[in-house]
Design a protein. Structure first.
Length: 279
């Protein structure tokens, strides 16, 4: 049974946030149409950030809808362009732009429509929501206006692992199907194995033909605190409880990278750098 989601409509002061920490790899800003996320992944590092720690409502049970997101985007982009600033956007760093609330709110779609008039220089959309296929029409137009990358989080090819760590998130097969549709539309696609969860030997074969790039990230290097947030969230115990502790090793990214390079050219495989930001 699905939990009720507390929806709250808010007016945000800004929609673009200057990039820092792990986003400081070419991105200038992050863009989060919502606060909170109904997908409620157990490993999500946002659970350990102030926005959640002082919320008073469990992660996954609330979503703030930034009703003025489109207007803010327009104003902030015009201001940045007047200053001749480069704008490389990561959408989204602390929520999912295609979580269920987007069907009703259509904030992400509205922002994409505005981007056709005021495009960034680069846009990476990070999601685990198959709903992104609804906006392929806009994405096809937008890729002619800016550098565009659609990154779908696919942590594993095992549905049992998905249910264990992210029971409210969309199924793996649904995500792969959506990624294939985006890829076939001529849009640059990435599979984000983030974080790496136990997978079968056939995982790389399932991604073949769906992606232009593969991004590897783990709970030890990808939570923004060198694994400390993941530890506080009880991830070591959860892995141990399900007898998969070997998948929680500090150097897991190295073995996963080596394995995927057996199936894909080296230039297609990228590994998250270990980068801490204030906790």
């Amino acid at each position: 049974m699905c939990k009720a989601i507390a929806k709250n409509e808010i007016l945000s002061k800004k929609i673009l946030t200057e990039a820092k920490g792990y986003l400081d790899i070419g991105f200038t800003h992050s863009l989060n149409p919502f606060s909170g996320c109904a997908f409620a992944c157990k490993y999500c590092y946002v659970r350990e950030m102030p926005i959640q720690r002082f919320k008073g409502i469990p992660w996954g049970e609330w979503v703030d809808v930034k009703t003025n997101a489109v207007e803010n985007y327009r104003k902030e982009m015009m201001n940045l362009r007047r200053k001749n600033k480069t704008v490389n956007l990561f959408m989204s760093s602390a929520t999912d732009p295609y979580q269920p609330m987007e069907r009703e709110a259509q904030l992400t779609r509205g922002i994409l429509e505005e981007m056709l008039e005021h495009p960034p220089d680069l846009l990476q959309i990070q999601t685990r929501g198959p709903l992104i296929t609804r906006d392929i029409d806009l994405l096809v137009k937008l890729k002619e206006r800016c550098e565009l990358l659609v990154s779908m989080t696919i942590e594993t090819d095992r549905e049992d692992m998905k249910r264990m760590f992210a029971p409210a998130a969309p199924g793996i097969k649904l995500r792969m199907k959506a990624l294939k549709q985006v890829h076939e539309a001529g849009i640059f696609t990435q599979a984000a194995i983030s974080p790496v969860l136990p997978f079968t030997p056939d995982f790389p074969k399932l991604l073949d033909g769906l992606v232009d790039r593969i991004w590897i990230d783990t709970l030890s290097i990808g939570d923004g605190a060198m694994g400390k947030r993941s530890a506080r969230l009880g991830m070591p115990q959860l892995f141990e409880e399900h007898d998969v502790s070997k998948w929680y090793s500090k150097d897991l990214h190295l073995s996963v990278e080596k394995y995927f390079k057996k199936f894909f050219p080296s230039e297609m495989i990228h590994v998250s750098k270990q980068e801490a930001f204030p906790i």
